[in-house]
Design a protein around this ligand. Structure first.
Ligand code: ZN
Length: 283
């Protein structure tokens, strides 16, 4: 029985899963991501061998940090400095003799959530709030892509800070006032001097306000029916975050329908499940 392989390649950890032709997961492996490129590729091949066993591989899908070119499958993930212009798609297709689809992790997660998370909206926005902030937009079942295939960066929209320490707000991209500088895991550490899990209720309310304003911006521009939030900060924040986001959006969203804002149905598996889905069905 042929299997489909999903790869979720992150800056700190990798997950690999094998699924059957119905998309049911058969086996999974997880490991720390090595710094070196050679070690990283060797590890992926070993993990694929472990989850696939003797079964022939019918397709591979990979979720990895950008920037990358999804058409050629050349990847240069920002948080893996030794991976530069790596032909991941070509490497996998040559080794396993099957198609390999590669995309930015947040796009893959968006498709995973859309196809497997019970979303029925034809305009669907997924945002991950994790170490950084990013997202993907699904329109009539297909990923929205920017000019020349560019990946939109939802975390780098401008949101005016309204917090106790505005002088500490600084984005890693170089701009002073991005959403990511206010509400991502790294941004929260810089602004509040502690990890998200240690925030007080008042501090969560500030983070929720900033996320709510950012999602209000996106609702005003794109009018999505459903917005799903994933990633460790969003899942960990839970209702403390979601309630504040909904209240901010309800108070500030005018002229466009108020989107249904939810937490991810797939939790930490959105990108991995999405990778299996693009292995089976492409984009
Ligand atoms: Zn930025």
């Amino acid at each position: 029985m042929p299997v489909y392989i999903g790869l979720d390649i992150g800056g700190t950890k990798c997950m690999v899963a094998a699924a059957d032709a119905a998309g049911r997961e058969l086996a999974r492996a997880r490991a720390e991501t090595p710094t070196g490129l050679r070690e990283g590729l060797d590890l992926l091949h070993a993990m694929i061998a472990r989850v696939a066993g003797d079964a022939p591989i019918a397709g591979i899908g990979a979720a990895i940090g950008g920037p990358l070119d999804y058409a050629t499958g050349l990847v240069s993930p920002l948080h893996q400095p030794e991976w530069r212009a790596v032909p991941l798609k070509a490497i996998m297709e040559a080794r396993y003799g099957c198609p390999c689809a590669v995309d930015v992790d947040t796009n893959v997660a968006a498709l995973g959530e859309y196809r497997l998370g019970g979303v029925t909206a034809d305009r669907f926005l997924y945002m991950t709030v994790s170490t950084g902030i990013g997202g993907g937009f699904v329109v009539d079942g297909s990923l929205y892509r920017g000019a020349g295939g560019a990946h939109p960066e939802l975390g780098h929209q401008s949101v005016p800070p309204r917090c106790a320490h505005p002088a500490r707000v600084a984005c890693e991209c170089g701009a002073p006032d991005c959403l990511e500088a206010l509400a991502s895991g790294n941004g929260i550490r810089r602004v509040y001097g502690k990890p998200a899990e240690a925030l007080t209720d008042a501090e969560w309310a500030e983070v929720a306000y900033h996320l709510g304003q950012a999602l209000r911006n996106l609702a005003a521009i794109y009018a999505p029916g459903v917005i799903t939030l994933g990633g460790g900060v969003a899942v960990g924040g839970g209702s403390r975050l979601l309630d504040g986001i909904r209240a901010t959006m309800a108070a500030h969203t005018r002229l466009v329908p108020l989107p249904d804002v939810r937490l991810s149905a797939l939790g930490y598996d959105t990108a991995l499940r999405g990778a299996i889905s693009i292995a089976m069905h492409g984009f």
